[in-house]
Design a protein around this ligand. Structure first.
Ligand SMILES: [Zn+2]
Length: 279
């Protein structure tokens, strides 16, 4: 009896121990699962935060942005088949003289938008195509202000022939075959280009100018800006901005030349090579 009882007791204790281990395992398993779930939620939150931080516009750039609402943009609807994924940053000049302090950049942008929408009435073929919104995505004034143009998720417009899809068009006001870009204008262009690279995961070798993509069709963005592309300085400044440093921009000519060089025989609106008509 005693032996049986002992076996029974031992057996019963053994079963209780097994049951309690099993219960413990279930509890431990649930605990591990809960910890893992919490860790995963936390990690995805942190990663979302990191992504959000990466695309945030730096304050120095934000200070220069003039929103569509602020300059009074009145775009017409753009057809859905013109949607794009940004892949390239294409730099332009307006190809039209801009007189800093005299010409109003907001007025310039508003007029360009109205002109684009009225091209079928104003222009002869093949330039009579309808442009529902500005041909460029950003337009930079000599004072460094950046005017928001067409939303970047729609392809730009052009009178030259090149694949438009994927291009973010950045235009600087002025005719850089005649005038000099200003320091403020180039700084804004550098900061904007760097941010666009970061925001849309565009590599620096995908920064180019209009004449690079449409050779023989245009001399945009003008020799006085193209020189900084050709000697690699522009990309160097963009890389500095990407490294969160102030770009070490030094121009061959001072900003004062922007206006002094306006002593040209060309008058605004008479420039037949106007890039406004040839974005
Ligand atoms: Zn151009």
């Amino acid at each position: 009896m005693e032996t049986h009882l002992l076996v029974y007791t031992t057996h019963g204790r053994h079963e209780r121990i097994i049951a309690s281990i099993q219960a413990g395992e279930i509890i431990l398993g649930r605990l591990i699962l809960n910890v893992l779930t919490i860790a995963l939620v936390f990690m995805s939150f942190r990663s979302a935060q990191a992504t959000e931080r990466a695309v945030l516009m730096p304050q120095a750039l934000k200070n220069e942005i003039v929103t569509r609402e602020a300059w009074g943009s009145k775009p017409k609807p753009i057809p859905a088949d013109r949607k794009q994924k940004p892949l390239w940053i294409t730099l332009h000049h307006a190809g039209e003289l801009f007189h800093e302090g005299k010409d109003d950049p907001a007025e310039f942008v508003r007029k360009m938008q109205i002109w684009g929408q009225n091209r079928p009435k104003l222009e002869k073929p093949p330039r009579d195509t309808y442009w529902p919104d500005l041909p460029y995505h950003f337009l930079i004034a000599p004072d460094g202000r950046i005017f928001e143009g067409r939303p970047v998720d729609y392809e730009p417009e052009s009178n030259t022939r090149y694949p438009l899809k994927g291009n973010i068009g950045v235009e600087m006001m002025g005719d850089f075959n005649v005038q000099q870009p200003t320091l403020k204008q180039i700084r804004s262009c550098v900061l904007l280009t760097a941010w666009l690279c970061r925001r849309y995961h565009i590599a620096c070798d995908r920064i180019r100018t209009h004449q690079d993509v449409a050779p023989g069709q245009t001399d945009c963005p003008g020799k006085n800006f193209y020189c900084y592309i050709k000697d690699g300085q522009f990309i160097k400044w963009v890389n500095e901005a990407l490294a969160s440093k102030e770009p070490s921009i030094s121009l061959t000519f001072s900003s004062a030349d922007h206006n002094s060089n306006n002593q040209s025989v060309q008058r605004p609106g008479e420039d037949s090579g106007s890039d406004q008509k040839n974005p």
